[in-house]
Write a protein that binds this ligand. Structure first.
Ligand SMILES: [Zn+2]
Length: 263
């Protein structure tokens, strides 16, 4: 007798949902154990009772999934945290939209993504709570995502000769976005592919925000100018590693005037 595979039970964050057929939804989820997965939620639109209104973007729930033909089937979804305050503010929604889109694009399907799950979950949790400030969370998320995916900017040493940043004569750090970090005057002699000047203060702050326990972020007394500079650098840096411009960046830029989405 053929035994049916066991259903998969896992915490999940809802990254994306689209209507499907007459009454179904297709949901894209991030799970710690299986990474990104796509599932059909049968009759989710016909009856709100079916999933208890749980299937909202950003929401964390406990999912029970059954392997189907080519796609998972969502059997049950019980709420863990709705992060409802995010959706009360267009700006908070825009920040969360960027993080969710980046997590969606970077998460691998079918392989464990525990760190990415933890990173996104913390960012949504803290944004919902309102502390630390969304601008700080944004930098923390971007720095940690780049680190996690092996694309962290080299802000401590020259990308060419590995000379430490403290030993460089420049008042501002000369960055080559194309090479992924600081370029000392000697290594920059042939010219920089895509130059960017970053103040030492902003670089130090980015490293502090991007490392160490996230619990300490709320203590940061950041100067708005250094935050804006760090953000402008990080968004430019990140966009170099993406094949396309995420739509959510444009939404965020329209709301708060950051660099994101600028051509
Ligand atoms: Zn060098």
């Amino acid at each position: 007798m053929r035994t049916l595979p066991e259903p998969l039970t896992s915490p999940a964050l809802l990254l994306r949902k689209t209507e499907y057929g007459e009454s179904d939804l297709i949901v894209t989820l991030l799970s710690p154990g299986c990474g990104r997965l796509t599932a059909v939620a049968p009759a989710a639109r016909k009856s709100r009772r079916r999933f208890g209104g749980v299937l909202e973007v950003f929401t964390e729930f406990e999912a029970v999934l059954e392997a189907g033909r080519g796609m998972w089937r969502l059997k049950e979804a019980s709420l863990r945290d709705p992060f409802a305050r995010i959706r009360e503010s267009p700006l908070r929604t825009a920040y969360a939209g960027v993080w969710v889109e980046l997590a969606h694009d970077w998460a691998e399907e079918g392989s464990p993504q525990e760190e990415l799950y933890g990173l996104l979950r913390f960012a949504l949790f803290a944004l919902d709570r309102g502390e630390p400030a969304a601008e700080v969370l944004h930098l923390s998320f971007l720095m940690r995502l780049l680190e996690l995916t092996g694309h962290a900017p080299a802000l401590e040493r020259c990308v060419g000769c590995r000379a430490p940043a403290e030993s460089l004569p420049d008042r501002e750090l000369r960055i080559d976005l194309g090479r992924g970090g600081i370029c000392c005057p000697r290594c920059a002699q042939g010219g920089l592919a895509e130059p960017f000047l970053l103040s030492r203060g902003a670089a130090k702050q980015l490293l502090w925000i991007g490392r160490g326990p996230t619990g300490r972020l709320a203590r940061l007394r950041a100067a708005p100018a250094a935050l804006a500079e760090g953000r402008s650098f990080l968004e430019r840096f990140l966009l170099r590693h993406l094949d396309r411009m995420p739509r959510s960046f444009e939404v965020l830029r329209q709301l708060d005037g950051g660099e994101a989405g600028r051509p």
